[in-house]
Ligand binder design. Structure first.
Ligand code: PHE
Length: 348
């Protein structure tokens, strides 16, 4: 067999092997054994030194062509194997988008926040501003500006956490009244605000008392404000939170910063006023305190009490939530037990 024939035979054998190859490792093995230093083609080429000067370039050319052809065949086969491999991988990794997913647990707004949100929505709709105030407050705003001078007996109504002699944890949201009145520019129109937030009292915690709870303060200052405006506003709150058919009644009460002052009851939403355990068989439930802003409070905040007057109210979202949902212990709101809180999910 001459060299050319030997090469042609190597080529056929090589092509056949490449055709059969099933993976990349095999391709590599074939490449090394066919075209490597110890491979048959190299071997044949080495034998060229015995050829005549005339034949040598021809055989050389022939051998190079074969090497190129085999190299190309190896590259093609490699591509083919890779395409198959990718196709198989894709098939294996196909996602069935119709399979049910892993459920993601989502939280919900705290029930107290839900009540506050409802009240904010109602008042924003009536053109009120929602104002924030500091929880660490000055005695000046928490008491003095609200007509409660030092040693006033009514200070005992609200047991207070003092930080220093003049700084305390606010016992009510009413200081936000004074802060807002002081800043308000009445030439631009009346003052209408609510202020929701946390308040603190040095109470012993039990089913109906928590050292931290919530209030929403309300204040309207304008010319010609009357008890009728107050009553209409309170009725709206009662109906928004406790239902369309609710009635309210006002009983005389006392707050140092309002005169006259009133305690507001709402007709029982459970028995519709007939009498049941929720309303303690009276048909009415006490829900908030309110009154006509005391002239001293206006004057201290720099508002002319001969021209302006208004009403204020303070309500407790915790109490609202307890009544509305039959929660019998206020401490539940602050324990952060998911089993309790998730009952108020709005997801339906
Ligand atoms: N601040 C009063 C309280 O905490 C509630 C209140 C607010 C009463 C505004 C009248 C007017 O008891």
């Amino acid at each position: 067999m001459n060299l050319k024939e030997k090469l042609a035979e190597q080529k056929e054998q090589g092509l056949a092997e490449i055709k059969e190859a099933k993976d990349l490792k095999k391709i590599n093995d074939i490449r090394v054994s066919l075209l490597g230093k110890k491979g048959p083609i190299t071997e044949v080429l080495r034998g060229m030194r015995d050829l005549s000067a005339e034949e040598r370039p021809k055989v050389g050319q022939f051998a190079n062509a074969i090497r190129d052809e085999l190299t190309q065949a190896l590259a093609d086969k490699k591509d083919e194997i890779e395409v198959i491999k990718m196709a198989k991988k894709l098939e294996k990794e196909t996602i069935d988008v119709t399979l049910p997913g892993v459920p993601v647990t989502t939280g919900n707004t705290h029930i107290i926040t839900q009540i506050i949100d409802q009240i904010e929505k109602l008042f924003l709709g009536m053109g009120f501003q929602v104002v924030d105030g500091p929880e660490v407050e000055e005695d000046h705003y928490n008491f003095e500006m609200l007509n409660l001078p030092q040693d006033h007996p009514a200070r005992d109504m609200q047991d207070t956490f003092y930080i220093t002699e003049k700084i305390l944890m606010r016992t009510q949201t009413s200081p936000v009244q004074a802060r807002t009145m002081e800043k308000h520019d009445f030439s631009k129109g009346p003052l209408k605000m609510i202020s929701p937030g946390k308040v603190y009292r040095r109470d012993t915690d039990d089913a109906t008392h928590s050292h931290q709870f919530h209030q929403v303060e309300g204040l309207v200052i304008d010319k010609h404000i009357t008890m009728a405006d107050l009553k209409g506003t309170l009725q709206l709150i009662a109906r928004t939170i406790f239902g369309e058919d609710r009635e309210i009644r006002m009983r005389p009460s006392y707050f140092p910063f309002t005169e006259p002052s009133a305690e507001i009851d709402v007709s029982c939403f459970k028995c519709n006023g007939k009498g049941c355990s929720v309303c303690k068989y009276t048909g009415w439930i006490e829900v908030l305190g309110a009154g006509i802003v005391h002239p001293n409070v206006l004057e201290m905040a720099g508002v002319d009490s001969n021209v302006y007057g208004g009403f204020a109210f303070g309500l407790g979202p915790d109490r609202f939530a307890m009544l509305k949902y039959g929660v019998d212990d206020i401490r539940e709101f602050y324990l952060n037990d998911v089993r309790f809180l998730s009952q108020f999910s709005q997801k339906g």
